[in-house]
Design a binder for this molecule. Structure first.
Ligand code: 6CM
Length: 258
């Protein structure tokens, strides 16, 4: 830009670009819309073949056995209700890189490749090896958003985080010791509020969060089906319990954030 006296004013640099001008944006918009509408469906409404494989209190986990080219890609759908936390708080801790090593036990290393905007980040991760298969890595975008209330429901808005594999020239697949996995993950959260009878302020005793977690992971290369299914059966319940307990512990003495 030029001032009246002809001096050049350099444009103020933006710390992060707005996600809507990023080349990945059309993909993100499409994926988020389709993943959220799928996540909103109950297991009875989204096709046959869902089997309950883990249950613990309010937590229920279902999977559908599926293989593509001989590789296990079992879709997973989990629902949980957790007291004392909001959908925003759950999504915030799932999305933000600074908390990930605290709760993600399958993680070996995480790189923030690009912060596209405050709600959209590109990650590269390596995960722990599952014997006897090769170690896995993943490259994915992660996007967090508030969802407008389509049903004119009373109460707070929904929040979601969608993680979706993508390709990055800086991180070509299958060139090192890792095999690239391909993932589609959707976390969808609804805050439930029980208005206190005395008309006083809402406390953590009055709220709970209904969580839906859906995931499809293609292991990308050879991994024995029985071992993979056994690992998933153990690791997914462990993840959801540990992660939600973590959010409870991080928020319990803090003001509620919707
Ligand atoms: O959704 C989850 N985590 C997110 C943040 O890391 C993200 C990552 C998903 C990665 C899924 C691919 C994992 C493949 C390798 C699994 C290795 C298991 C090692 C077991 C230890 C011996 O969406 C939570 C993912 C929870 C996975 C169980």
């Amino acid at each position: 830009e030029k001032l009246m006296n002809g001096t050049l004013v350099p444009p103020t640099p933006e710390p992060v670009s707005p996600a809507s001008s990023h080349p990945l944006w059309p993909d993100i918009e499409r994926k988020v819309a389709s993943q959220v509408s799928m996540a909103k469906l109950g297991v009875g409404e989204c096709g046959a073949g869902w089997q309950l494989f883990a249950e613990d209190g309010e937590m229920k986990m279902y999977r559908r056995e599926e293989e593509v080219d001989g590789l296990v890609v079992d879709p997973l759908k989990a629902v949980h209700v957790v007291k004392g936390i909001t959908g925003f708080e759950v999504c915030h801790h799932f999305f933000s890189p600074q908390y990930r090593y605290d709760w993600e036990t399958t993680l070996e290393h995480m790189v923030v490749v690009e912060t596209i905007s405050e709600d959209t980040i590109l990650f590269q991760q390596t995960h722990k090896r599952i014997w006897p298969a090769s170690q896995r890595d993943a490259v994915f975008w992660s996007h967090m958003r508030r969802l407008p209330d389509d049903q004119d429901r009373e109460g707070p808005d929904l929040w979601t985080v969608v993680n979706q594999s993508t390709e990055l020239p800086q991180y070509p697949a299958n060139t090192g010791k890792c095999v690239r996995v391909y993932l589609t993950v959707c976390l969808l959260c609804q805050t439930l509020v029980n208005p206190p009878k005395n008309g006083g302020p809402v406390t953590r005793d009055d709220i709970s969060c209904k969580i839906t977690y859906c995931s499809v992971v293609n292991p990308g290369g050879w991994a024995p089906a029985s071992v993979l299914r056994a690992v998933y059966k153990r690791e997914y319940p462990k993840f959801l319990k540990r992660f939600t307990a973590y959010v409870m512990s991080k928020t319990k003495d803090k003001p509620i954030r919707f």
